[in-house]
Design a protein around this ligand. Structure first.
Ligand code: ADP
Ligand code: ZN
Length: 435
């Protein structure tokens, strides 16, 4: 039986949800206009007044906010509440440049943790569970968000943070952890370490994993599910919108339900800003309608995905977003062809290689080069150079079939690629260093 954290909201009729969003949006636009000069100036520039926004149908009249606005307004420029009412900051991982700082009132923290509680419940979590949180704690939102959600659900919470992987496994075994929360790349590493320590899935009690904060493929999901003996659920979020829990997966595992009572999603054409219909791939934009301290309206996430209103077998009526393919700025343009790291990951795992790989892009004599190093599994090692070369050629051909250009493949020995304990770095684009 499907469990809900907040059944009323999660299974609300579309009509009622729209009504709720309309009310909250109108209030939020007024709050932002009155309290955030930076956004008021943007609205004035566009000639939009708060009274022009009467419902979600008017959302498209509002100006967008982008990461560069957040950087311009750093640190306090987008704050909508007096500091005396703010109780916390969190900050982005800085994956793509200068960090962004987000602010929370106590109410903001409560709502955020509530979103994470929905995710844990959708993954089957109850107060009988032992929830091991191995996302980083501190400025990064992963640890604090899932930690708070786990408390709300009433799980026994293990605030492990990331790193010290053998100790993670010792705790997991000794305390009988049933739910694991971390990045997918760290989950893969924990699985590998478990087996290296001589244990099998029979030696642990894990049943579910809640993994997110970075892109991961379906192939990666199956590989982690097998190595840890669990069902792996995706969770999505970003610091700017509070953190993990903006959307979460249910038992159907075909996309993540967006907590629409807090965040209104739109998909736009990233080049023109035009709003696209459900079902088309584009950049995801969020308007937070309940956040008090740092309420971003029409925030461009740069994440590319698709929205779907198809009925879900779990009973939730919340709209679903597909796994983000990656950020628009993760996309590599190699010899004029658009390539996502996730496409390469799909081929590697499908072909039986480990999920440990590194993609290097460079420019030599004005031509782009693509090198993919991937670790072999121990059973793929061969003494014969000829065999190895053939394997490399086969893998290069399979990647070419997927992305349209031919990489140079390097099969490397097991354990030679650095493991990730947080967000994995899979791509080194040396072209940027020459520019
Ligand atoms: P940074 O932008 O510095 O990495 P955050 O830690 O706030 O800061 O990361 C948010 C970003 O992480 C999202 O915009 C998205 O690109 C990525 N992300 C988060 N969850 C997922 C997920 N489940 N699948 C794919 N990407 C994700
Ligand atoms: Zn569902």
């Amino acid at each position: 039986m499907e469990r809900y954290w907040n059944e009323e909201i999660e299974t609300m009729s579309r009509e009622d949800m729209k009504k709720l969003q309309d009310e909250r949006l109108v209030k939020q636009v007024r709050h932002v206009y009155d309290n955030v000069k930076y956004y008021r100036d943007l609205m004035d520039e566009k000639g939009v007044k708060p009274e022009d926004i009467k419902s979600t149908d008017d959302l498209c009249k509002l100006p967008f906010l982008s990461k560069s606005d957040l950087r311009d307004a750093y640190p306090y420029g987008l704050l909508a509440k007096p500091l005396s009412e703010c109780v916390r900051i969190q900050s982005t991982s800085g994956t793509t440049g200068r960090r962004v700082v987000a602010f929370y009132t106590q109410n903001d923290i409560d709502l955020w943790e509530d979103c994470c509680a929905r995710a844990i419940t959708a993954a089957g979590g109850t107060n009988e569970d032992v929830c091991q949180v191995c996302y980083g704690y501190g400025l990064f939102t992963g640890g604090p968000g899932l930690n708070g959600g786990s408390h709300k659900v009433g799980c026994l919470t293990l605030p492990m943070s990331s790193g010290n992987t053998e100790r993670q496994i010792t705790f997991m075994r000794d305390l009988g952890s049933t739910i694991l929360c971390c990045t997918p790349s760290y989950a893969a590493y924990i699985g590998e370490t478990l087996h290296d320590m001589g244990f099998t899935t029979d030696d642990i009690k894990l049943k579910a994993g809640i993994f997110g904060a970075e892109p991961w493929t379906e192939e990666m999901r199956r590989s982690i599910e097998k190595s840890l003996g669990i069902k792996a659920y995706d969770i999505y979020g970003l610091t700017e919108t509070s953190g993990p829990g903006v959307s979460f997966e249910c038992s159907e595992q075909t996309g993540m339900h967006i907590n629409e009572d807090h965040f209104i999603p739109e998909i736009i054409n990233p080049d023109t800003g035009e709003v696209l219909p459900d079902g088309e791939v584009g950049e995801l934009v969020f308007t937070s309608i309940t956040k008090e301290a740092f309420p971003l309206l029409r925030y461009r996430t740069r994440d590319l995905c698709v929205l779907s209103r198809k009925k879900c077998s779990c009973g939730r009526t919340l709209i679903k977003m597909s796994k983000p393919k990656g950020r628009s700025d993760d996309m590599m343009i190699i010899r004029g062809v658009n390539v996502f790291p996730s496409q390469i990951e799909t081929v590697l795992i499908e072909q039986g290689y480990s999920p440990n790989y590194l993609i290097e892009v460079d420019r030599v004599n004005n031509s782009d080069t693509l090198d993919v190093s991937v670790e072999m599994n121990p059973d793929q090692l061969s003494d014969k150079v000829k065999d190895m070369q053939q394997q490399e050629r086969d893998l290069a051909a399979a990647i070419r079939l997927m992305i349209g250009i031919s990489p140079k493949v390097h099969l490397v020995t097991p354990k030679s690629i650095t493991r990730s304990e947080g967000k994995a770095v899979r791509v080194i684009d040396k072209r940027k260093l020459h520019d």
